[in-house]
Design a protein around this ligand. Structure first.
Ligand SMILES: Nc1ncnc2c1ncn2[C@@H]1O[C@H](COP(=O)(O)OP(=O)(O)OP(=O)(O)O)[C@@H](O)[C@H]1O
Ligand SMILES: CC(=O)C(=O)O
Ligand SMILES: [K+]
Ligand SMILES: [Mg+2]
Length: 514
């Protein structure tokens, strides 16, 4: 794929990728499932980022666990440059490190084997060079409350130990189930089949500094690791509200047992969810991950919060140029469940075939979307009333009816004119057959909508006169050959207008292009 300058239709506020996709595939061929790529050393040059953007990356994720703030700042700068100069619309997400107990040093830079019966010392003390059978943990209080007889599990079952002796803050542990220590392996303690909580706050001091870094860099999303309850999400949202001029969306990562128990309040409090299957698989038995994923995905859709399915989607592609059949089946299943977005981790960050992995996600999701449509599988969700006020209820009803109408009539596209993206989210939750073009004058809403299923956000100046907005955009698109004679468009708007005797909240119209 050549790296040329693309023709950018700035009048329309389209991004270059959506515009190209529309021209090549038509309205119904546009991909609905959004794609998130983790940026790392394998894909951080301007050229690499541009290739990912061209192949459909909607959101770039920066994991603050790795690398320096200067490195992250440089990547964010490149993405903003591509958006401004080349007409892309890639949103930026930072992902916090979170407080967890993990290995910082086990004596060698790579992985290390623990043999059955071997006894290891786990300590928070730093040691120089290689000290056999010694593992340094990242957190001073890691052994607080731990007793002889407790079980220490590495990375959710990669290896297991029994605590045989406690000497000061150090633990002596005997390996009961041999396995590997990977760099930064996670440590968890269990007693009588129950996980012991370490009581660390969800956001560490370093995380708060990373949040402020995100504010100063103007990121669009903050993904919060190891969320356990709604309060930590609310604290972060309050902080952002007070400190950031821009509206930064908070995504809660579901990766602990506790977060599953308080799922509904967490979904309610946050702007979106990430099913972080990597760490989740450490606390939840692996065979439960598929059903947990489906439950979370359904709940998020009902509550109109975007949901990202993350970790190991195409893990084998970190090394190999083709995915396993099982991986393609996993990706397709997430698309069939109508997840909003799929995420690449190591595949793009450190993998040898990141661009190709993104194409696999793209092709697999387009294929599954088409199949679902042809097989008429667009099941509607059980309606769940979200808002309390009359105007909220009207909006919800209008959007459910609009989608039903759009599907029944077989219209080519839905256009929604929305101030803050609310109506676009409500339409998206009903997962319509045609794509949803969301015209908004709020640039933060536009970047946030990049994560929502089937929504193509477009930045435009919206006037008070709704009819004028509608004619203006349709005219512009027709002049540019993006809508054609005979195509039908269902138009929804959420802009309130008060006339002499009444207030109009929302309306549905169907326009046939002449
Ligand atoms: N900015 C980066 N710099 C260097 N390596 C990175 C960077 N981002 C990711 N990686 C590498 O890619 C791998 C996968 O990335 P990813 O961030 O998705 O996984 P992770 O660290 O397991 O996630 P998390 O810590 O959020 O659970 C990491 O283990 C790390 O080796
Ligand atoms: C993405 C992530 O944090 C996880 O899967 O654990
Ligand atoms: K992280
Ligand atoms: Mg994680």
């Amino acid at each position: 794929m050549g790296l040329k300058n693309y023709e950018v239709n700035l009048d329309l506020g389209f991004d270059v990728v959506a515009e190209r996709e529309l021209r090549e595939k038509g309205f119904l061929g546009m991909r609905k499932t959004k794609l998130v790529c983790t940026i790392g050393p394998a894909c951080c040059s301007l050229e690499d980022l541009e290739r990912l953007a061209m192949r459909g990356m909607n959101v770039a994720r920066l994991n603050m666990c790795h690398n320096t703030r200067e490195w992250h700042r440089d990547v964010i700068g490149k993405i903003k440059k591509l958006n401004e100069e080349k007409g892309f619309s890639v949103s930026v997400m930072i992902d916090t490190e979170g407080s967890l107990i993990h290995v910082v040093d086990h004596g060698v830079p790579s992985s290390l084997k623990a043999e059955e019966g071997s006894v290891w010392v786990f300590t928070a003390q730093k040691f120089e060079g290689s000290r056999p059978y010694t593992v340094q943990a990242n957190y001073q209080g890691f052994s607080e409350g731990i007793m002889v007889g407790d079980e220490l599990v590495i990375d959710g079952g990669m290896a297991r130990f029994e605590v045989v002796e406690k000497m000061g803050d150090d633990l002596h542990c005997k390996c009961t189930d041999p396995g590997l220590f990977l760099p930064r392996a996670k440590l968890s303690f269990w007693r009588d089949g129950k996980l012991s909580y370490h009581g660390l706050p969800t956001l560490s001091t370093k995380d708060w500094a990373d949040v402020d870094f995100g504010i100063s860099e103007g990121v669009d999303f903050i993904a919060m690791s190891f969320v356990n309850d709604a309060d930590s999400v609310k604290d972060l949202k309050n902080h952002l509200f007070a400190k950031s001029s821009k509206s930064i969306r908070v995504l809660a990562k579901i990766e602990t047992l506790e977060s599953l128990q308080k799922l509904e309040e967490i979904v309610e409090a946050s702007d979106g969810i990430m099913v972080a299957r990597g760490d989740l698989g450490v606390e939840v038995p692996l065979e439960q991950i598929p059903t947990v994923q489906e439950d979370i995905t359904r709940l998020c859709r009902q509550m109109k919060k975007p949901v990202i399915i993350a970790s190991q989607l195409l893990e084998s592609m970190v090394e190999y140029p083709t995915p396993t059949r099982a991986e393609v089946a996993d990706v397709s299943e997430a698309v069939r469940q109508y997840a909003d977005a799929l995420m690449l981790s190591g595949e793009s960050a450190i993998g040898l075939h990141g661009q190709k992995a993104l194409s696999v996600l793209q092709m697999a999701s387009s294929r599954m979307e088409l199949w679902s449509r042809e097989e008429n599988r667009q099941s509607s969700i059980s309606n769940r009333q979200l808002g309390g006020s009359l105007s909220d209820c009207i909006a919800e009803e209008i959007c459910s009816c609009a989608v039903q109408m759009a599907n029944n009539l077989g219209v080519d596209a839905i256009f929604v004119y929305t101030k803050h993206g609310e109506m676009a989210s409500l339409l998206s939750r009903n997962r319509p057959y045609p794509p949803i073009f969301a015209f908004t004058s709020d640039s933060d809403a536009r970047m946030a909508l990049n994560l929502q299923w089937g929504v193509i956000p477009i930045l435009v100046d919206l006037a008070d006169d709704m009819e004028a907005n509608i004619s203006k955009t349709i005219d512009l698109m027709r002049t540019n050959g993006m809508v054609k004679e005979g195509e039908a468009i269902l138009v929804v708007s959420d802009l309130t207008a008060t006339h002499a005797t009444s207030t109009i909240f929302q309306s549905i119209q169907v326009k046939i292009i002449v």
